[in-house]
Design a protein around this ligand. Structure first.
Ligand SMILES: [Zn+2]
Length: 80
């Protein structure tokens, strides 16, 4: 597992404000799709609907390239 640092963004999802948080976690498959900037591939792999597509578009525009890797059994949130 990895995460990508993300500048927090919000979306209006049908009158509900959705906040992204500042990290997006990814499994190895999603990480490779992000590293390749293969957004259609990520949307297809994750079988996302319209709301999920908007989240991916927000992530695309707000994340810092370069996955942050953490090891099995470690807590990547421990330092926050
Ligand atoms: Zn994944």
């Amino acid at each position: 597992m990895v995460f990508f640092r993300t500048v927090e963004f919000s979306l209006d999802l049908g009158g509900m404000e959705w906040l992204s948080g500042d990290r997006f976690y990814a499994c190895p498959t999603c990480r490779s799709l992000v590293d390749a900037a293969n957004w259609p591939g990520l949307i297809a792999y994750a079988e996302l609907g319209p709301r999920g597509v908007r989240v991916v578009e927000g992530f695309r525009d707000h994340h810092a390239p370069g996955a942050v890797v953490f090891g099995p059994g470690t807590n990547p949130e421990a330092d926050r």
